[in-house]
Structures are given as structure tokens and as C-alpha cells.
Design a protein around this ligand. Structure first.
Ligand SMILES: NC(=O)c1ccc[n+]([C@@H]2O[C@H](COP(=O)([O-])OP(=O)(O)OC[C@H]3O[C@@H](n4cnc5c(N)ncnc54)[C@H](OP(=O)(O)O)[C@@H]3O)[C@@H](O)[C@H]2O)c1
Length: 243
């Protein structure tokens, strides 16, 4: 797909991976629907950088665990842009806890944000895409689900669900819409622990001996968007950690 002039919605676009993805799309000439939940100041900075790149960028706030807010956001995006061509399901939460520690309230919250919101957004995206227009969905998953470990129980369930949903929607929405996923390994220290030095951990756990970066994920998003014969794939970008 030629990206110049296309309209892209990126969830969680104010910070970290979402921010890098949004700015990479702006550099390719995409107009941006920038979603955020709490990071208002940060998303305004992304909007300014997108303006400087010469593309249109509008900001949309929504708690994606709330289906009504999600639908209202999609209506607002459609009113502002007419339609969107690209959906990047990036927003997510990463709570700790094994299965026996995970309350039903936590399960519900994680499923709402990490799985049901991408599902509802993909459906709304497919419904709003005008007939004959190609569409692209990219889901941000996680490479850690390629190997079993009992940590982050609810999160793992949802990211496995995202991988399955990627394949199912790829089949259902073909041939006009492609649906793919990127499964990152460690790209950044955990939020709130940004100064952590992960080099030791990388030496021990990652065959390529370094962590990744948000820009690496953004490059791979662009790569997928340029592919027109690829759908239903989950690409692991993790330096070999979960191979
Ligand atoms: N960072 C990594 O190394 C890594 C590794 C593997 C997978 N991933 C995946 O990559 C994606 C981005 O992760 P990240 O580390 O860059 O970001 P992050 O620090 O986990 O931030 C999550 C993003 O999700 C949004 N969000 C959280 N709860 C929300 C809600 N209820 N409604 C709407 N938005 C909500 C936040 O918006 P606000 O900030 O506006 O509140 C934020 O932009 C996630 O899906 C994550 O699972 C990341």
C-alpha cells in the first residue's frame, strides 16, 4: 500500500511504541488519528511533530475498556477523516500475576483493553471502510506467548487471543482488508522504570544480546503496511529471545 495521504488510527499513540509508530507513519505522509487515554500532554507533542511532518493529525480520547467510549471515538474519527485506511491496535495493559492470583475484576479489565477493544475496533474499522478501498490492520501482540510460563496470566491469555484473532479476521476480512500482528520482545524497560539498565538481562536472555526499541517496531509496522500479499501472520521481533 502507498501510505502517503492514507488515514491511520493508532491506539495508545502518546507514548512508547505507539508514539514511534505514529511518527513513522507521519514521516511516510499518513494522516493520523491519535488515540490516547491518560497521556494527553504526550499525545499533543506527537500531534505537533506530525504537523511539522506536514500531515494532518487529530487527537481522540477514549477509555478502550468502555465499549461506548470506543464507539463514540470511532464516530468522531469518521466525522473528522471520512474514513480510515489503517488501524494499529497498540494500546494494552501488562499486569503481573499468575492464574491463582488473578481476580475476575482484573481478568475483565485486561480482556477489555487487550482483546475486546482490538476486536471491536477491527469490526468498526471494517464497517466504516468504503467499498473497494483496501484496509490494513496491525495488532501489537507479544513474543513471550510463544513459550509457556505461568507469569502475567491474564495478559498472556489476551495476547494469545490477539494472535488467534489476527488469523481469524485475516480470513474473514479478505480480500480487501489484511490483518497481521507484530509480537515484540523487550523493546523498553517497563513503564515507570524507564532508567533500568537491561543490558545484563539482554546478555543472558536474548541471542542478539541487546533489547530492541520502539523504532524497530515502527519500522516493522511500515514493512507490513507496504506488503500487499501478506495476511494472517504474526511476526516475532525479539532478537531471538522466544525462538
Ligand atoms: N514495551 C515493550 O517492550 C513491549 C513488549 C512486548 C509487547 N508490547 C506491547 O506493545 C504495546 C505497547 O506497549 P508499550 O510498552 O509501548 O506501552 P505501555 O506503556 O504498555 O502503554 C500502553 C498504552 O496503552 C494505552 N492504554 C492503557 N490502558 C488503556 C485504556 N483503558 N484505554 C485506552 N488506552 C489504554 C495507554 O494510553 P495512555 O498512555 O494515553 O493512558 C498507553 O498508550 C502493548 O500492546 C504491549 O503489550 C510492548
Amino acid at each position: 500500500m502507498e501510505l502517503k495521504g492514507k488515514n491511520a488510527l493508532i491506539t495508545g499513540s502518546g507514548i512508547r511504541l505507539g508514539r514511534a509508530i505514529a511518527l513513522a507513519l507521519a514521516a511516510e505522509g499518513c494522516n493520523l488519528a491519535l488515540h490516547y487515554h491518560h497521556s494527553e500532554e504526550e499525545v499533543r507533542e506527537v500531534q505537533i511533530e506530525a504537523d511539522e511532518a506536514g500531515v494532518r493529525a487529530e487527537i481522540f480520547q477514549a477509555d478502550l475498556s468502555n465499549p461506548e467510549q470506543l464507539q463514540q471515538m470511532m464516530h468522531a474519527v469518521a466525522a473528522a477523516f471520512g474514513h480510515i485506511d489503517i488501524l494499529i491496535n497498540n494500546a494494552g495493559i501488562y499486569p503481573k500475576g499468575k492464574g491463582m492470583d488473578t481476580t475476575s475484576e482484573l481478568l475483565e479489565q485486561v480482556f477489555n483493553v487487550n482483546l475486546f477493544a482490538p476486536l471491536l475496533l477491527t469490526r468498526a474499522f471494517a464497517q466504516q471502510l468504503p467499498e473497494g478501498f483496501p484496509g490494513k490492520v496491525i495488532n501489537i501482540s507479544d513474543a513471550k506467548v510463544f513459550r509457556h510460563q505461568p507469569d502475567h496470566f491474564a495478559y498472556r491469555l489476551t495476547k494469545n487471543g490477539i494472535n488467534e484473532m489476527t488469523a481469524l479476521f485475516a480470513l474473514e476480512l479478505a480480500p480487501h482488508i489484511t490483518v497481521n500482528a507484530i509480537a515484540p520482545g523487550i523493546m523498553l524497560p517497563l513503564a515507570g522504570n524507564e532508567d533500568a539498565d537491561l543490558q545484563d538481562l539482554a546478555e543472558r536472555r536474548i541471542p542478539l544480546k541487546r533489547i530492541g526499541s520502539p523504532e524497530i517496531i515502527a519500522e516493522n509496522v511500515l514493512h507490513i503496511l507496504h506488503q500487499d500479499f501478506m495476511t494472517g501472520t504474526v511476526i516475532r521481533i525479539d532478537g531471538g529471545e522466544w525462538a
